[in-house]
Design a protein around this ligand. Sequence first.
Ligand SMILES: Nc1nc2c(c(=O)[nH]1)N[C@H]1C(S)=C(S)[C@@H](COP(=O)(O)O)O[C@H]1N2
Ligand SMILES: [Mo]
Length: 221
Amino acid sequence: MSDDDEPPAESKLTRTKQRWAREGRFLTGRVSRPEQERLPPGQHLTRDWPTLDLGMTPDISRERWRLDVHGAVENPIFWTFADLTAERQSHFVSDIHCVTTWSRYDNSWDGLATRDLLEACRPRDEARFVVLSSYDGYTTNLPLEDFAAEDALLAHGWSGAPLAAEHGGPVRLVVPHLYFWKSAKWLKAIEFLEQDAPGYWEVRGYHNRGDPWTEQRYSGD
Ligand SMILES: Nc1nc2c(c(=O)[nH]1)N[C@H]1C(S)=C(S)[C@@H](COP(=O)(O)O)O[C@H]1N2
Ligand SMILES: [Mo]
């Protein structure tokens, strides 16, 4: 994990979201399954696309952007934006589910499938977790199987246009089957680990995995 960026001081929204985790806000106690229902329990549909982050948008152009893939891998990677787009590209359409209860259907993404990244970096047998680090100092953790979901990608395009800076451009992670806080914006580094290492929200009361269908909103749910 890179440690040269400290997350910004906690904002009012950050403190509010920590309080929601303590109080168990928005929990319905219901369970639904994607095969039966498209909207997970406790979520409502929005047509616009809210922006949520720590309150600062790092100013990082496609020219300056780099991706550092390291840790328990056979082939560490240090890519420019051009290197990433020279790899096989994928197009996926998926829904967003944010733990603050909004969901947005049918987002169209372009980028590099995480499965293609895994093929390029070749995680060692002992690798079981990934930690994503971002240019704003944010971090989040995932089991390798969740990172490797067939519709997960390192996205640089949305709706046919470059991914906007406010939504994580040049490149963000998108893992549609988990709450959106797992989808790191302004992606900077991916570290493969034998042991789990909880990230920014995971150490602030949010669930370690974050499955919207079983409402894994907060730690202890
Ligand atoms: N680098 C970074 N990635 C981040 C965050 C952040 O603060 N920094 N916030 C997360 C949270 S809590 C959410 S809900 C989504 C919001 O993405 P959006 O602003 O594109 O809707 O980004 C996630 N990824
Ligand atoms: Mo969020």
